[in-house]
Design a binder for this molecule. Structure first.
Ligand code: MCN
Ligand code: CUM
Length: 807
């Protein structure tokens, strides 16, 4: 081939590796070679180590703390208790939900594993030894782990600090263990429809307590430079700028004197959104000692004391006509928030976006009421691939559809299809106040049913039941259906903030003279591949190859202010900022090209990687040429350089959706469930990187599998955590993980600059009901309506047993 021949337009597009390209993850070069740089890899000169004394009791008065033996151990530098933090007013801290939380036990403890004292030593092992030498005396108090019992009139008072307070951050408190009642929708109208409905299905659906359990636990290194007055905090933070602002407000240190760095993060899954006592103690210890202080949790500490997920008791009622048209939905939730309300939600949404509970269905009237309740359990909530309680909402509606189908004697796929919001109804206004941006549910649904051969599956299932009844087999088939609608991309600043901080996001781009670039974002990857995909968005916008664009996140000294990565918001918000900043670059580039080509800028058109004179394709300037000129040539009326920044406040959230089908073979005698087939169709609008999307779906489905089929954080009646190690907490390995088939439709978001919606949390939102519905469906013909998760072997065996299937 002639080397001088111009490369084709197709080749130029290919070279960019832009939107739609399954570009390999640039991060993996270091991750697969053990060259990642995590917080615990950081070793600063004369660094000290912190470790916690934690409460063995779930509810007790702390009568005395004797630190003398610990302080006498060589190498121990300090032992901090609430008494030491009180003069600084740091013995309590505000939570993200408008409550407050003890940093160190102030008079009493409220959950097992609660932080009581913080030991600082010059060696990690010495710190651990000293923890054992701190003598704490407790006086046990009655424990409440059941949120319903917590609301009984004579239930023990958990939060004595709130005595007499009849209102909290989210309104009225109706009982000493009550946090809030949050209501959405038209209660009266919903009740009226239900009262006169032809068919009503009612069920209590429990979404059990579980935990995100990232492989890397939470931790930080706080380092106070007393000479320059600058505090640097390296930590596992999903929202570094928020941590900086909160640290400034709490410590009084000016914000420019605080630098927060999130290095590589070994999985977050929401666990690393919250603010934990360990961060506060490490910062205080560093300020007091003048030395860097590292605090890293171990696995048990992570599972017992950091942000849990779910724990929602959802009472659903759904009304319909005899032929299966849904007429109303009502839901009351008893939400167990543990000892402190430390949920991470936008301020105005104490139950997150749970009011997306009408799901993919056109339901004329609905009502939701959520009662938040204190118990003697760890605080947190919302975390775990959930988009702010959307997992719970999707689970409830997808269970209610199944229960309704039983009541109606109809096929559950048909009930769904009958009630889907139609394509021509978008943008769709839901009864609970959301405006769904775009969707085409029928197309996705039909594609899914066709792909799995739904009719044949039902036939096979029915034949299997007959064979089972004849005694020829002990295995049943379950077909788990789900059509979910997600709500991600918080979110318009007008109604979404965290502690008053508006939830926009940002991107700042600098093009270098030789045609490469760096872009910095307000988000932070924890494994999602941002360095790969955000470069692809930019490549398509500005015509420089993705391989020539560095993406940097997580350093508050360099990155523009942003609210971080959770709630699948990075693509909808920071991704939009990236495209918008790219467009600003292109607008300036166009003026430069016009000058260089001596034409009016209106005579130019953009073509992949260059501006071309309209009607004269041989006359053009590539983006690389323009970049060079922008720095090195005097251009009248224009500043030198090629940079842009965008702060993007989204006009709406994005509403990804999907259709999942899970086929299970269940052994009635052992309770073992084999996943024979799992089909997942996701629609996340414009797809940036299909390979990364597939990876996100695989990961999210595996977490969904774990949650639905075995994973839980359970407490005994005196508040001991029963699953605090990976021996007892189910974390699937390659051995247990089923095979997934992924598929897609592509319905762009009309308001996002490139039409993209988030995807990171969708597979968990849709996956859990698909797995759970499959278990339920296997036993439907034998009369099962509702069985609580997790569906481990014993619980499945118990379902079969209770239905009399063991003879
Ligand atoms: N993507 C894409 N095209 C789209 C949408 C997304 O190619 N239309 C790509 C994105 O560019 C990004 C990834 O998919 O590289 C996820 O994007 P998005 O859905 O915007 O989610 P976030 O980046 O905001 O990630 C947060 C989300 C959440 S909230 C949890 S929890 C979760 C998840 O991501 N935690 C994860 N996925 C995870 N994956 C890993 N490996 N580790 C975690 O901790
Ligand atoms: Cu809710 S888990 Mo994710 O939002 O970090």
């Amino acid at each position: 081939m002639n080397e001088l021949a111009p490369i084709s337009r197709e080749d130029r597009v290919e070279k960019l590796k832009g939107l739609g390209h399954s570009r390999k993850r640039v991060e993996d070069v270091r991750f697969t070679q053990g060259k990642g740089n995590y917080v615990d890899d950081l070793k600063l000169p004369s660094m000290l180590y912190g470790d916690f004394v934690r409460s063995p009791y779930a509810h007790a008065r702390v009568t005395s703390i004797d630190k003398s033996a610990a302080l006498a151990l060589p190498g121990v530098v300090a032992v901090l208790t609430a008494e030491d933090l009180a003069p600084l007013n740091l013995h309590w801290m505000p939570t993200l939900a408008g409550d407050k939380q003890m940093v160190l036990a102030d008079g009493k403890v409220l959950f097992q594993g609660q932080e009581v004292a913080f030991v600082v030593a010059n060696d990690r092992y010495v710190a651990a030894d000293a923890v054992d030498l701190v003598v704490v005396e407790y006086e046990e108090l009655p424990v409440v782990t059941d949120p319903f019992k917590a609301l009984e009139p004579d239930a023990p008072v958990l939060r004595e600090d709130l005595a007499g307070q009849t209102s909290g951050a989210h309104g009225e408190r109706r009982h000493h263990n009550h946090i809030f009642l949050w209501e959405v929708g038209d209660k009266q109208a919903t009740e009226e429809v239900i009262a006169s409905a032809e068919v009503v299905a009612e069920e209590m659906v429990y979404y059990h307590r579980t935990h995100p359990c990232p492989l890397e636990t939470c931790g930080c290194v706080a380092s106070m430079d007393a000479v320059n007055g600058k505090l640097t905090i390296h930590g596992t933070f999903q929202a570094p700028h928020v941590v900086r602002t909160v640290a400034s407000l709490l410590s009084g240190i000016e914000e420019h004197k605080i630098r927060v760095i999130s290095p590589d993060i070994g999985g977050g899954f929401g666990n690393k959104v919250g603010v934990y006592p360990g961060y506060v103690c490490a910062i205080v210890a560093s300020i007091v000692t003048g030395k860097p202080v590292k605090w890293i949790e171990d696995r048990m500490e992570n599972l017992t004391a950091t942000a849990f997920a779910r724990d929602y008791w959802m009472k659903g009622r759904i009304a319909a006509t005899k032929d299966g048209r849904i007429t109303a939905l009502s839901c009351h939730v008893t939400a167990d928030h543990g000892a402190f309300d430390a949920c991470a939600d936008p301020t105005k949404f104490p139950a997150g976006f749970f009011s997306i509970v009408t799901g993919s269905y056109d339901i004329p009237v609905a009502y939701v009421g959520v009662d938040g309740v204190y118990t003697n359990k760890a605080p947190g909530g919302v975390a775990y691939r959930c988009s702010f309680r959307v997992t719970e909402a999707a689970y409830l509606i997808e269970r209610m559809i199944e229960v309704l189908a039983i009541e109606l004697g109809m096929d559950a796929a048909e009930v769904r299809a009958k009630n889907f919001i139609r394509k021509d109804q978008f943008p769709y206004q839901s009864a609970l106040g959301w405006e769904y941006d775009s969707g085409d549910y029928h197309t996705a649904w039909n594609k899914a049913l066709k792909a799995v051969g739904y009719e044949d599956l039902r036939r096979e299932q029915a034949e299997r039941v007959e064979a089972f009844k004849r005694g020829e087999t002990r295995k049943l088939i379950g077909i788990g259906l789900t059509h979910f609608t997600e709500i991600v991309g918080a979110g318009p600043v007008k109604n979404c903030d965290i502690l008053g901080m508006g939830m926009f996001d940002s991107c700042e781009i600098r093009i270098h003279p030789t045609g490469s670039a760096i872009a910095r974002l307000g988000t932070i990857s924890q494994g999602q591949g941002h360095a790969t995909t955000f470069a692809q968005i930019l490549a398509s916008e500005i015509g420089l190859p993705a391989d020539s664009i560095t993406i940097e996140e997580g350093d508050t000294d360099t990155a523009p202010y942003g609210l971080g990565t959770y709630g699948s918001r990075s693509t909808p918000v920071a991704g939009a900022a990236t495209a918008m900043a790219g467009r600003k670059i292109r607008a300036k580039a166009q003026m430069i090209a016009a000058y260089l080509l001596e034409v009016h800028d209106g005579d130019l058109e953009w073509d992949v990687d260059r501006f071309v004179v309209k009607g004269a394709p041989e006359r053009f300037k590539t983006m690389a040429e323009i970049a060079y000129a922008s720095y090195n040539q005097a251009i009248p009326g224009l500043e030198p350089g090629l940079e842009a920044v965008s702060y993007y406040d989204p006009p709406n959230m994005t509403y990804p959706f999907g259709a999942y089908v899970c086929v299970m073979e269940i052994d009635v005698d052992t309770g073992v469930a084999d996943i024979r087939q799992f089909y997942a169709l996701d629609d996340c609008g414009t797809r940036i990187n299909p390979m990364i999307i597939e990876g996100q779906v695989h990961g999210g489905l595996t977490e969904a599998f774990a949650i639905a089929m075995g994973q839980e954080i359970a407490y005994d009646e005196i508040g001991n955590v029963k699953n605090a190690t990976l021996m007892d907490f189910f974390l699937p390995t390659a051995w247990e993980t089923p095979h997934y088939v992924t598929d897609f439709t592509e319905t762009p978001s009309p308001h996002h600059p490139i039409g993209a919606k988030g995807v990171g949390e969708s597979p968990n939102v849709g996956g859990v009901p698909a797995f759970s519905n499959a278990v339920h469906d296997a036993f439907r013909v034998f009369g099962l309506k509702q069985a609580h998760m997790p569906h481990d072997h014993w619980r499945i065996w118990k379902i079969a047993h209770d239905l009399g299937l063991h003879g």
